[in-house]
Ligand binder design. Sequence first.
Ligand code: GLV
Ligand code: GLV
Length: 324
Amino acid sequence: RLPRVYVTRRIPPDGIKILQQSGICEIEQWDSDDPVPREELLKKVAGAKGLYCLLTEKIDEEVLRAAGPSLKVVSTMSVGYDHLSLDDLKKRGIRVGYTPDVLTEAVAELTVALLLATSRRLIEAADEAKNGGWGTWKPLWMCGNGLTQSTVGIIGLGRIGEAIAKRLKPFGVKQFLYTDIGPRPEVAARISAEFVSMEELAKQSDFITVCCALTPETQGICNKKLFSKMKNTAVFINTSRGAVVNQEDLYQALSNGQISAAGLDVTVPEPLPLDHPLFKLKNCVILPHIASATVETRNAMAALAANNLLAGLQGEAMPKEVPL
Ligand code: GLV
Ligand code: GLV
């Protein structure tokens, strides 16, 4: 009998095709657009050799215990892997694949779109046009903040941060600043970005964009300390993980005019409850975690996750493996 892999969702066609055509595994799948119920996951993972999952599944000690010693590979169709308990995976000698690079462009593009939508108040303005608020052309109405001659601060200068900077540069950005665990001279040189402290970044930036991974070190780093130092004309954008931001503090900063606006593609929790206070703010644009959502990108992510899984099953080097 072929080893079994469990796929936790309906995934783009390229991914499933690669698994099927490999002929080296038996595929079982939660064939739905909605997440697999936890109970079902715990049941189906038992005895599987491979697990193909998404960022919506928390892969922790409970799942690994349910899986048992057969489980050798976990492949997530995401660049982020904060939903995986790496310590527990490592302890059990389970290898982990993820999907960097293939989504960099799509995420950077969406980040620029969200930044412009937020700073130029697109959603609010379109609502006014539709709902009778237009009235007439008004010199002081719906004014936002432009990118020309601006300073952009990047929190976490990796592949995505660099791709965002490259796309923003042609809009006339004057200066890029960044913070990270330490200086990243190679990337920084390519986009002429200056390494500064979080405090300097907050004080000087007209736009701040968060592109770091969620780790114990980055959890909640965008909090009232940061917001209180930002310009009150500044725009805050997050397309990484919701938990990097203290949402209470962000709500306060947005509602008392400490900062100008925020655009979020990620929140805690996801989905954000409909009665959440952030939804009531006109200066907060919230998207349902769609940064990598282009047809090509999602197919590429699905294919890469499939190839990672197959390589792992065969004991070969994965195209993109998380170093444990
Ligand atoms: C999306 O958030 C991802 O991690 O791929
Ligand atoms: C804007 O439409 C202008 O003509 O200034």
